[in-house]
Design a protein around this ligand. Sequence first.
Ligand code: CO
Length: 411
Amino acid sequence: MLSNTLPSLMEWLDACPTPFHVVERAATLLQSSQFQQVDGLSGELPRNGFLCRDGSIVAWRLGAPDAPIRIVGAHTDSPNLRVLPQPNISQSGWSQLAVEVYGGVLLNSWLDRDLGIAGRVIGVSGESVLFNVTAPLARVPQLAIHLDREVNERGVQLDKHQHLTPIWGIGTNNFSEWLRQVTGLDHIAAFDAHLFDITPSAILGVDNSMLASGRLDNQLSCWAGIYALINSLHSECTQIVVLNDHEEVGSDSATGAGGPLLESIIDAISIQEGLSRGQHFDRMSRSWCLSADNAHAIHPNYTERHEPRHAPVPNAGVALKINGNQRYATSSRGAAHIRGVADSAGVPLQTFVSRNNMPCGSTIGPIAATKLGIEAIDVGVPQLSMHSAREMCGSADPAHLLTLMVAFLNQ
Ligand code: CO
């Protein structure tokens, strides 16, 4: 098992400002553990393999033919600000970048932070180059209190289009020219460019009991999933880890959990093993999907926002998420299964249920269950400040999730 869990997670978080970087890092780690990359599904699938598509990746270790499947799922994307295709603004002496708000951003958390820019460019001949500039390049400055006297009484009010436009220089600057310099690519056809807080992840607290970083939701689960697959044993079951992009915007895309990626790979595995449609259907009914996405830890300043009997606390284990209205997929059968797995691995579990008058978010578990006919179990590490540019969780819980995933894949 991974000996220094937290440094490994922190290195991952700092190296991955975008889903593309998550996929690149996961691929590198898998390759160094003898997983073989495939570009498509028409050939023979290797025993240990993986396939990348943009901001998504699926990796597998094949078990016995017709054996049940154990799937670990997580999402690679996080809410952020993204540079528009024609971003250059020169106004009132300042140079700014026009941006789009991606997903459910906690808007105020992006104010007054030193921001870097990362992403990928596509060259005119189709080549794709990743870039990651961690220097302080941009900032969304908050209005001074003298010009906004009621701000503390009224709360910060931000218009998504008007007030989040970062400043990245003075006078006139050209984003395309800057991209060419940064990537070394002369003929850029298009780009994805995401802003991110350049502050590195940090262990926090007088007792070092907390971890702060951007993108804990949900790269913490991506990190655990990939290391769990690498560290799990070859077992009877076929083991799969799927990391999907676009969860924060509803998962409906070619590479999102609503798309065909995971289903196509599972179909290809069953076909390779010579299974009939019926045998494949039966196999899915014997399989499990563990969908990992961070949960809300109880906030000490807002305890009334939680269901008091089902409010996870930090460093007390992974939260099992339950919602009868199927915003989470966990059934009582699934809950019993994962409790057995957790007990066998010595991992503490907690239960998260949201209040009836507080609509809870959803995640990829119910989507996987709907598309594949597989029973999914929703779990996640409890955290505070979800969707802030800088989130926080207990520093002992990432190891809990990793241990749980390894045990889940092995059984
Ligand atoms: Co999430």
